[in-house]
Design a protein around this ligand. Structure first.
Ligand code: ATP
Ligand code: MG
Length: 593
């Protein structure tokens, strides 16, 4: 690893993030003091509207606004690292706000998991935890204001008529016959809607903008609808709920967000975002300067699906073992897989942000995890596909210790004792009867080094009737023990790992691989389930060195020659850890079976 990368590791909270177009906007705003604390204070507005406004004086204020209707995934990690990273780098604040304006699909379970995942990624919202539903009163007051000022009206058309009158991309829409209701009439019906006097769907409240606007989002968008549904926080208090496109700009403004960063699909909503905030600022309901929306390209990752609908389907149809299945792209799944917060932050930095939609290769994420784990994970020995090796000239009852470094580049992590005895387990692929060219491991007559121990010579193979190798019989050279004088006099080309059969313990090691076998699952009209990788989980009955018995849940290791593994968070028990493969040592996807 380079020195630069090393020093970055030491101080993971301060990565030298590359510049990007969002940083340029923020830096120019800071230069012009666009959002100083003083300008914020300049126009207090009605006190009620400012309830919940933050008290500190951060000049850069971003937010991460998840809807609590699912678990966070790798795409959200990009947004979290971006928003919290900007606040950190510019001495600002990042709010964690639950965008819970839709009562239907939201649940407390998701709220808790989201809080935990953001914390796990290493970010802290301090006192800035907000719920959009806390602003329902203010949002409603703002709606009454819009009605009174002639900027909104109650529409009583059927849903079908509304759709028909909306026009198309090439044709303007038609005004609703209810568009010219008087402000007094609108206010009366709006209050009746709020008071539960009308059934669901009977009326909606719409912004009065322009039915002929080329941008369909400006053709009198709906801002409130009647919906009798209990909300996870406000219960049955409301039977009308604000639409997301109305609620979101208000939430940002009330929290005095400076840079409201969202994904590209909201670009066409920006004119409405600005229209709404301008109207409310004109009316004195909001203080200037107003937040600005900035869009960036969402993360598309190969071999992964990130759509909530598809993730829910995987869980509900039992294609995976729950939201935290280590193959899931959720953050709870990635955590069980052994992915690290540091690896995710490195990934976010490395992929950067841009305005252009693109696909990131899954291998980039895996490389970030390898890079982080290589630096930190202690080395251990595990034999994943064991076959017996018997040292015929080693005494039956003898045992001795060999010493293996815990980390080849970090002597400060020390060495550990690894017991050695007459019978060992080695990998099946490290022995063969008919060696192909360039094979330097065990075959009759050849010598290899047992890593950290002795040089052994393969004397003969013990086979069953079908020709399967049951055991490898070897002789050892007692003068070749690693770490003793003259040990390396004998030069051999092969170097294999082993565990002592008497001391090792047996455990099912879960070898996870990519959940999908094609880069863009479900591309075109194809059913994404057809692209599932049938080999995404295999269980190896492995033999592990005794030191691994002490592994604590979530402790990560490199199993030499195999990859990075983590002791499973849920299934490990004291003395009997269960391991998950996080990632192989090298990218071998598609190269072997
Ligand atoms: P939904 O379709 O339910 O809105 P969502 O993935 O947008 O799904 P949200 O909870 O609304 O989920 O997302 C919270 C934040 O995360 C939003 O600001 C959103 O833009 C951002 N986000 C979601 N998916 C990605 C992604 N793939 N890349 C980057 N940011 C994302
Ligand atoms: Mg969303």
């Amino acid at each position: 690893m380079s020195d630069a990368a090393k020093s970055k590791k030491k101080n993971p909270t301060q990565p030298p993030s590359a510049s990007n177009f969002i940083r340029s906007v923020i830096e120019s705003d800071l230069e012009q003091s666009k959002y100083t604390a003083r300008t914020w204070g300049g126009h207090p507005g009605p006190a009620a509207v400012h309830a919940g406004a933050p008290q500190d004086e951060a000049r850069v204020r971003t937010r991460f606004p998840p809807e609590p209707n699912g678990y966070l995934h790798i795409g959200h990690a990009k947004s979290i690292c971006l928003n919290f990273g900007l606040a950190r780098d510019y001495g600002g604040a990042c709010h964690l706000r639950f965008d819970d304006t839709n009562p239907e699909k939201e649940e407390q379970e998701y709220v808790e998991s989201i809080l935990e995942s953001v914390r796990w990624l290493g970010f802290d919202w301090g006192s800035h935890l907000y719920y959009a539903s806390d602003y329902f009163d203010v949002m409603y007051e703002a709606a009454e204001y819009l009605v009174t000022a002639g900027h909104a009206y109650v529409d009583s058309q059927s849903a079908e008529d509304m759709r028909r009158n909306r026009g198309t991309l090439t044709e303007p829409g038609q005004n609703s016959p209810f568009r010219d209701r008087s402000p007094a009439e609108n206010l009366r019906v709006l209050r009746e809607m709020r008071d539960g006097k009308h059934p669901d769907g009977a009326h909606v409240l719409r912004a009065k903008i322009d039915m002929a606007a080329p941008n369909i989002n400006l053709r009198d968008p709906v801002i409130y609808r009647i919906r009798r549904a209990a909300h996870h926080r406000t219960g049955d208090k409301w039977c009308i709920y604000p639409m997301y496109t109305y609620a979101h700009p208000l939430e940002d403004a009330l929290e005095q967000i400076t840079h409201s960063i969202c994904t590209l699909e909201f670009e066409d909503q920006r004119p409405f975002y600005d229209w709404l905030l301008e109207r409310l600022a004109e009316g004195g309901l909001l203080a200037r300067p107003l937040p600005q929306q900035i869009e960036f390209a969402r993360l598309n990752l190969t071999y992964v699906v990130l759509s909530k609908r598809k993730l829910i389907q995987l869980v509900e149809e039992g294609r995976v073992e729950g939201w935290d299945d280590p193959r899931m792209p959720t953050l709870v799944g990635a955590r069980r897989r052994g992915y690290t917060p540091e690896g995710f932050r490195l990934f976010a930095d490395r992929i950067g942000v841009s305005k252009a939609d693109s696909w990131i290769d899954y291998g980039v994420l895996e490389d970030c995890m390898r890079e982080d784990l290589n630096a930190r994970a202690e080395r251990r020995i595990a034999v994943l596909d064991p076959v017996k090796l018997v040292i015929d000239n080693y005494p039956e009852d003898r045992e001795e210790e060999c010493h293996a470094p815990n980390h080849p580049q970090k002597p400060e992590l020390g060495r550990r004792a690894v017991p050695f005895s007459k019978e060992l387990w080695i990998e099946r692929e490290d022995v063969t009867e008919h060696p192909p060219k360039g094979y330097f491991r065990l075959y009759p007559g050849n010598e290899v080094r047992l890593r950290y121990a002795f040089v052994v010579k393969c004397e003969r193979l013990e086979k069953d009737a079908a020709g399967n190798i049951l055991a490898v019989h070897c002789s050892y050279d007692p003068d070749t023990k690693s770490g003793t004088p003259g040990a390396d006099k004998k030069k051999v080309k092969g170097n294999i790992h082993w565990v002592s059969a008497r001391h090792a313990f047996s455990s099912g090691v879960r070898l996870y691989d990519r959940l999908f076998r094609v880069p863009q699952p479900g591309a075109g009209q194809r059913d994404f389930l057809l692209d599932l990788n049938p080999d995404s989980k295999r269980i190896a009955t492995a033999r592990l060195e005794p030191a691994l018995r002490e592994a604590q849940p979530e402790q990560r290791f490199q199993f030499e020659r195999h990859g990075y593994f983590v002791a499973d968070l849920k299934d490990s028990r004291p003395g009997t850890p269960v391991f998950n493969r996080t990632v192989t040592l090298r990218d071998s996807w598609g190269k072997s079976g």
